[in-house]
Design a protein around this ligand. Structure first.
Ligand code: NDP
Ligand code: MG
Length: 390
């Protein structure tokens, strides 16, 4: 096996749903990919397991409170251990890393995305919150083909455009499975438990994105993500319910031609493509037999029941620091919902009240965004406390 040609990857968030699937892609294409660095937040057991299996050179524990967990002594002797959020950014800058897969959850992934791009690395981006919060800072840093989207819809759009990036786009059709509560009314949603919300019909994902998929906030975040990645006005990014989740998104050119990307609902495909681009490698998963699908259905989302989608539309259109507030309030509200501190529809109420309380500014720096993020989190906690008293 020749090391010279292998793509040397750093996997941020290696213990998560995307991180684990990325490690599987690396396992299946060991002749093409070398895992040189991994990170976790606090799951040091998972970190050690990945570091030992892949013989990584560097491992990072983002939460310093877990930097001395005894299990870390089991890291390979040659593996360097670092901790803290600045260490996460430093991991991205290592000379022996060609490509950073950012699979951290939440705005915590933003500084690593910026560090990876500034260091000239390929950024395989699953962490959509990076773009939602900091798209105005990130996109000017990305050279052509430096930022490869991993989110399945954005990976699909990217693939639809590979053959034709110059023709004017009329619209992006951003597909959405509808989530576990498709077709339910707002009054039904008032009482749905986190247990039910965590059961997605199509994808098995981390807890935060599972709740985002149930509220459709995920699709709202993805519209903003697509706006930054593909440079289209938000109004031209149309959410399309596609229950079978076989069409991962479509682009419509000015002449009315529509190009779609289809395939198995398996995140290993977009993860692998972000590594292999512009090549294609053998699939890591089952293929679709289109003879067995029957029909494909299409519909519009219900924004009256799923208010988070409309709120994300508002934040995306106003832009500036509003998406940062939207994201931070949503992260706090989702945590509160998961711990039983608020109801399902309260997630939208909390986000709306946080947005109402914020005065929009143009995005200027990472420091400004972290201040706005901290303000929005504190405000959202106050809103949750006031909801509990009402
Ligand atoms: P998970 O919750 O499953 O995993 C998150 C990973 O990030 C874990 O390794 C976790 O470490 C680490 N992490 C958590 N918080 C921090 C932090 N503050 N600092 C550094 N690392 C942290 O999430 P997913 O894999 O589901 O999602 C990851 C990202 O990918 C999200 O942005 C999501 O929106 C996006 N995405 C996910 C899809 C999916 O199918 N899961 C599909 C498309 C996009 P630890 O284990 O120690 O907590
Ligand atoms: Mg997606």
């Amino acid at each position: 096996m020749s090391d010279v040609k292998r793509l040397r990857v750093a996997i941020l968030g290696c213990t998560g749903s995307i991180g684990a699937q990325a490690l599987d892609v690396c396992r299946q294409h060991i002749d093409k990919l070398e895992v040189v660095a991994v990170s976790v937040h606090r799951n040091t057991k998972g970190l050690v397991r990945a570091a030992r299996e892949f013989g990584v050179r560097s491992a990072c524990v983002a939460d310093p409170a877990h930097a001395n967990d005894p299990i870390l002594e089991e890291l390979p002797a040659s593996c360097e251990l670092t901790s803290g959020s600045s260490a996460l950014a430093a991991l991205c800058e290592r000379g022996d890393v060609d490509c950073v897969l950012n699979a951290v959850v939440g705005a915590a992934g933003l500084s690593a995305s910026i560090a990876a791009l500034k260091a000239g690395k390929r950024l395989a981006l699953a962490n959509k919150e990076s773009l939602v919060v900091g798209g105005d800072l990130i996109m000017p840093l990305a050279a052509p083909d430096q930022l490869l989207p991993v989110d399945s819809e954005h990976g699909a759009i990217f693939q639809c455009l590979v053959g034709d990036r110059r023709s004017p786009l009329h619209a992006i059709w951003l597909t959405c499975s509808g989530g576990p509560f498709f077709g339910k009314s707002r009054s039904y949603l008032e009482h749905v438990t986190a247990d039910r919300a965590l059961r997605h019909p199509t994808w098995s994902m981390g807890r935060k994105i599972s709740i985002d998929s149930a509220t459709l906030m995920n699709k709202g975040l993805e519209r903003i993500e697509a706006m930054h990645l593909f440079g289209l006005p938000l109004d031209d990014i149309i959410v399309l319910i596609q229950r079978e989740a076989k069409i991962h998104s479509m682009v419509e050119f000015c002449d009315g031609s529509v190009i779609a990307q289809l395939g198995t609902s398996d995140m290993r495909i977009p993860i692998q493509y972000a590594f292999s681009y512009p090549e294609r490698w053998d699939t890591p998963c089952e293929r679709v037999d289109f003879r067995t699908i029957g029909s494909l259905s299409f519909g519009a989302p219900d924004t009256a029941a799923f208010t988070c989608l409309a709120l994300a539309g508002r934040a995306g259109k106003e832009g500036g620091t509003l998406p940062c507030v939207l994201n931070a309030a949503n992260e706090v509200a989702v945590d509160a919902y998961l711990s039983g501190a608020c109801g399902f529809n309260d997630i939208g109420r909390i986000v709306e009240r946080a947005l109402d309380a914020h005065e929009r500014e143009d995005v200027e720096s990472l420091e400004q965004l972290s201040e706005v993020d901290a303000w929005a989190r504190a405000r959202s906690r106050d809103i949750i406390a006031s909801l509990a008293q009402a």
